[in-house]
Design a protein around this ligand. Structure first.
Ligand code: PRX
Length: 650
């Protein structure tokens, strides 16, 4: 159950003092895909029909009988319809002028580049799909993908969709334990990986992590390994096969499976408010309709656009807006392997200049980092090809928004701040750049056809409270894999029939939504979702730790940073070395993204008389705030001691 909102009133007030407004530039609005405000009212009249219009722009082997069946919490969209995602992303374009258009422009961190036309990508996907089939992968089998940001990752995903095998992509930054847990949950027997990937001039040991993870995954019988870095790795003779050998004999054409609209397209694990990641289930017809529609309208796609979503393919943003949304629209999508500061801090701007990128979609944490690095880096490059900018992953502070608009967009590009989640599949709250007057810091309004509200504990509509979605939408998750109870409890128990997002939000007098961050035990670290419980379990897993409590505290660049309060076992001393060891232990168990920034050894944790850890107090301590109500605290002295210790730590 969610706790009270973690967002302090000061940040709410600061946001609402933001009065700057940016109407759509006239020229932009004139040629925009949507430039009539009436689009909202029209969609609201009949949202289902609105979504059907987009669905009809896709290619179906068989039309649907019924557009929506809603038996909360389960929705079915486009019932009876048959389609294939790879067919919609590839086959339908190769009989048009898009056949020779760049589908994917890729840049490796060392500077190598590859451009695949729609035809090239079609060929590669067909071949890999044939190879998977030969390798025994059947419709419905879950294929795990743990790869760097290279074209083969998109090829692998599309090939899975071609044969109807749901993929489960694991972000390349996750550690062996996290990989193992996801493979077990997905009951996956085939894994696609690479020797490594490039990151900040070094190699990410992907295959080594896989080997470690697979020690306890006896059911995995095939590991396909792409050679990317050429680093030294072990190949296990009866299990591992090089990518090139795997596809060598494969047929050039693989007929696309006729999938049911409600067949599972993929699983993607995300953190919730328990220690165990949830396998979010997305299906075929609704998801593709949702990503197709939102990519087209939110990013105002035109045939000449070069679209760069900087997210890693291991996250939902990479799924929806690097691969499926752009390709379903026949757009040129850009993919970059490495970090923004390799070899220098101007890498992103060099990429934009080199490829003539017109739309750039990135995260607030990146924008704040660029801002700190200084204007000299973007100013070195010609960014005049840009016409639209986007932001996703966490609330963007107005200062960063305005910097992005001014320095990167040259004051001519609208900035779309898009709110959504792994669970929602596609963007839900967002400006339409040809229609919406922008306010820095606000994701503005629900996309046409989407119904959102802000509720209090009693379920009444209020100006500040919990963000909910009141009607089904096509890309919504269809469940948590093999855990219907958790699906119900996590999203649907708080308000019957209404989807609980776990986010706080405020509505202003014009009905604009201002997102205020998570209200549950999920942290947002540089736009990555990490659960406090996951980090706590990783800490408690260490033999010297007795108890741990983890919270997210505000951080200027990352949005939130992790602070861990740890009680160690009797007879152990909390040394600097142990602190590093414990932080390293979390990296080892989950990955570097979950490494605590602060680690405080506590002789005791503040608890209620019934023994529940009072995180709110820990948050106040970490934020250096005056402490709120402490009357339910079992031992008030604990807090005073912690406050002193936290000061020392900083
Ligand atoms: O808290 C919200 C925040 O990111 C969460 C979803 O995280 P994830 O499933 O990893 O997906 C990230 C990319 C879609 C949300 O619950 N969030 C995402 N976008 C925004 C945001 N918070 C404020 N403004 C946004 N634009």
């Amino acid at each position: 159950m969610a706790t009270k909102t973690a967002i302090g009133t000061t940040s709410i007030e600061a946001l609402l003092k933001e009065k700057r407004k940016y109407p759509p530039p006239k020229e932009f609005a004139k040629r925009a895909n949507v430039n009539r405000a009436s689009a909202y009212a029209e969609a609201a009249k009949n949202p289902v029909r609105f979504w059907e219009r987009f669905a009809r722009e896709l290619d179906w082997f068989k039309p649907w009988r019924k557009a929506l069946e809603w038996k909360a919490p389960y929705a079915k969209w486009f019932i009876g319809g048959k389609l294939n995602v790879s067919y919609n992303c590839l086959d339908r374009h190769i009989n048009t002028a898009r056949r020779t258009k760049a589908a994917l422009i890729w840049e490796g961190e060392p500077g190598d580049t590859r451009t695949l036309t729609y035809w090239d990508l079609y060929r590669e996907v067909n071949r890999f799909a044939s190879a998977l089939k030969r390798g025994g992968v059947k419709r419905g089998d879950r294929v795990t993908i743990y790869m760097p940001m290279v074209p083969e990752t998109a090829i692998a995903m599309l090939a899975c969709t071609r044969i109807g095998a749901p993929h489960s992509v694991i972000f390349g930054g996750f550690a062996p334990d996290a990989i193992r847990e996801r493979i077990h949950d997905a009951q996956s027997t085939v894994l696609l990986t690479a020797d490594g990937g490039w990151r900040r001039g070094g190699h990410v040991p992907l295959k080594k992590n896989v080997d470690e993870a697979l020690k306890e995954c006896p059911d995995v019988r095939t590991v396909v390994v792409l050679k990317r870095t050429g680093q030294q790795i072990n190949m296990q003779a009866d299990r591992d096969i090089w990518w090139d050998d795997f596809v060598k004999e494969a047929e050039a054409y693989c007929p696309p499976e006729k999938m049911d609209a409600e067949d599972m397209l993929y699983l993607l694990y995300t953190s919730g408010s328990t220690g165990k990641p949830k396998g979010i289930q997305h299906t075929t017809g609704g998801y593709l309709t949702g990503v197709y529609a939102t990519t087209k309208w939110v990013f105002d796609l035109h045939d000449t656009d070069v679209f760069w979503c900087t997210a890693d393919i291991g996250w939902v943003t990479g799924h929806s807006y690097v691969v499926y949304g752009p390709l379903a629209n026949g757009t040129t999508t850009v993919m970059y392997e490495g970090t923004p500061d390799t070899p220098d801090k101007d890498r992103f701007w060099r990429i934009i200049e080199k490829h003539g990128i017109t739309i750039c979609y990135t995260a607030p944490t990146a924008i704040r980092t660029f801002m700190r690095w200084g204007d000299e880096y973007p100013n070195r490059c010609d960014l005049s090809s840009l016409r639209l900018l986007g932001s996703v992953g966490e609330p963007i502070n107005p200062e960063a928004w305005v910097w992005y608009w001014k320095v990167i967009g040259g004051g001519r590009c609208p900035v779309v701040d898009t709110w959504w989640q792994t669970e929602t599949g596609h963007i839900l709250i967002t400006p339409l750049p040809g229609v919406t007057t922008l306010k820095p810091g606000s994701a503005t309004r629900p996309f046409p056809g989407i119904s959102a509200d802000v509720l209090n504990d009693k379920g009444e509509s209020v100006k500040a409270g919990y963000l909910v979605l009141t009607k089904p939408w096509p890309g919504m998750l269809r469940g948590i894999y093999r855990d219907p109870q958790r699906f119900q409890a996590q999203y649907w128990n708080r308000y019957p029939g209404v989807y609980f997002t776990g986010d706080g939000a405020k509505l202003d007098e014009e009905g604009y939504f201002w997102l205020l961050g998570r209200v549950d035990d999920v942290m947002n670290i540089s736009g990555h979702r990490v659960s406090t419980m996951e980090v706590e379990s990783a800490l408690v897993d260490h033999p010297l730790v007795a108890e741990a409590a983890v919270i997210g505290r505000p951080h200027e660049i990352k949005g939130q940073a992790i602070a861990a309060f740890v009680t160690i076992k009797d007879g152990t001393t909390g040394s600097k070395e142990l602190m590093e060891e414990l932080k390293g232990h979390v990296t080892k168990k989950i990955g570097a993204l979950a490494r605590p920034d602060d680690l405080i050894f506590a002789s005791d944790l503040p608890k209620t008389r019934s023994g529940k850890i009072m995180r709110r107090l820990l948050r106040d301590i970490a934020e250096g705030k005056a402490l709120g109500d402490t009357t339910t605290l079992a031992d008030p002295a604990v807090v005073a001691r912690l406050k002193d210790q936290y000061g020392e730590e900083e």
